[in-house]
Ligand binder design. Structure first.
Ligand code: RAM
Length: 373
């Protein structure tokens, strides 16, 4: 994919309408670039991101009818990532079942915050009903998302949140705390709570990975981990090649390394691939978050013992139902409101508009055969 235009490049199978291209190519893109400046957040955005929650107040009518003719746009962190192919297909399934319209736009790189901003601006111009976005950075999209909300567009984050003031609700895959702590616990058991470990993350700014890593570091402070030392956090940017090279670099830099946690589907797959073909296979243990289909062969050949994930398709479905509930006025993002997510049942919003999918599944040799995603 490295030959593909990186910034704002749309999926080839879903061409951007001409008007969108024109807008992005002219003033809007310039505006977004100057406002958000790629990975470096401007002070404007920092100020915007710390403002009080814009859209989580306001009244809602839980028995309002589902509006018809809605368009929900999915803007994943990265469009060429199999994880988001599954999650966004789930969004499409839910919207199709409701008779609403689905579309997906996004960048091919997971570190193209300016590209994400540009897409938000384009969707605002197109006046979609709602945007479901997995944010590459907690603050960089805030100015653009607040403009979208001011224009009446509902904003739900899924998978990776923005600062809470920049969206109405966040559809979270699972408790961040449970995810972070459990990955350390899985590796700790496998290593008999001894040795140097490293983390191979995604983008350095990713809200979700950083939240999980925070809890991993906290878990490591517990007495049972006194002999386990986190020596490095490396970033593979959800890029397969970079994640592979970062794994190689970790082993070169820390020859005594005993384990790696990679809380990204792209990272764990690349790390497993590296270990599998190296002298470290079976000696350096690996866990984290991966899809069963990506990881099956590495579990079967002993490179990986156990890892975890939620069902990305269900996450996308829930994001779509939440977006439709927001656009229909059934919820506004306030704590305690609830809505029905079709066959998935009822969900209630927690503090700061967080809607949690559920608990993740731990996959190992005993159950991986039962899962196909
Ligand atoms: C990658 C992305 C995504 C994360 C999964 C686990 O696909 O970073 O945001 O939730 O891994």
């Amino acid at each position: 994919m490295s030959t593909v235009l990186r910034r704002g490049a749309p999926r080839s199978r879903r061409r951007r309408p001409r008007v969108a291209v024109a807008l992005a190519a002219s003033g809007l893109l310039a505006l977004s670039l100057s406002a958000c400046g790629g990975a470096t957040k401007s002070s404007t955005d920092k100020a915007a991101s710390s403002a009080p929650a814009a859209g989580q107040s306001g009244s809602a009518n839980p028995s309002a009818a589902v509006k018809k003719g809605l368009t929900v746009a999915f803007l994943p962190k990265q469009v060429n990532n199999p994880y988001f192919n599954i999650s966004d297909a789930g969004g499409n399934t839910a919207l199709t079942a409701l008779g609403e319209s689905y579309k997906e736009v996004g960048t091919t790189s997971a570190t193209d915050t300016a590209g994400q901003v540009s897409y938000v601006n384009t969707l605002t111009q197109q006046h979609v009903s709602a945007i479901a976005v997995s944010a590459q950075d907690p603050g960089a999209l805030c100015t653009a998302l607040k403009q979208a909300m001011s224009a009446g567009i509902k904003v739900v984050t899924y998978d990776s949140d923005t600062d809470p003031g920049c969206r109405q609700a966040f559809v979270s895959q699972a408790s961040s705390e449970a995810l972070g702590r459990s990955e350390v616990d899985l590796l700790g058991k496998e290593l008999n709570y001894t040795g140097q470990i490293a983390i191979l993350s995604a983008a350095q700014t990713a809200t979700n990975q950083n939240a999980w890593i925070g809890y991993m570091q906290d878990e490591l402070k517990k007495p049972q981990f006194a002999n386990m030392k986190l020596v490095k956090i490396a970033y593979g940017n959800d890029d397969a090649q970079m994640s592979f090279q970062q794994t190689q670099g970790l082993l070169q830099q820390y020859p005594d390394l005993k384990g790696i946690i990679s809380p990204t589907t792209v990272g764990i797959k690349a790390a497993a691939q590296y270990l599998d073909g190296s002298q470290y296979k079976g000696k350096v243990l690996l866990t984290g978050l991966g899809t069963p289909n990506d990881m099956r062969s590495y579990v079967q050949d002993g490179t990986v013992k156990a890892f975890e994930l939620w069902d990305p398709g269900k996450l996308g479905q829930l994001a779509a139902y939440a977006a439709v509930a927001l656009a229909s006025g059934q919820i506004s993002g306030a704590q305690g409101q609830s809505f029905t997510a079709g066959p998935m049942g009822n969900f209630t919003l927690g503090a700061q508009g967080v809607i949690t999918l559920g608990a993740p599944t731990v996959f190992d040799a005993s159950n991986i055969g039962q899962f196909n995603f």
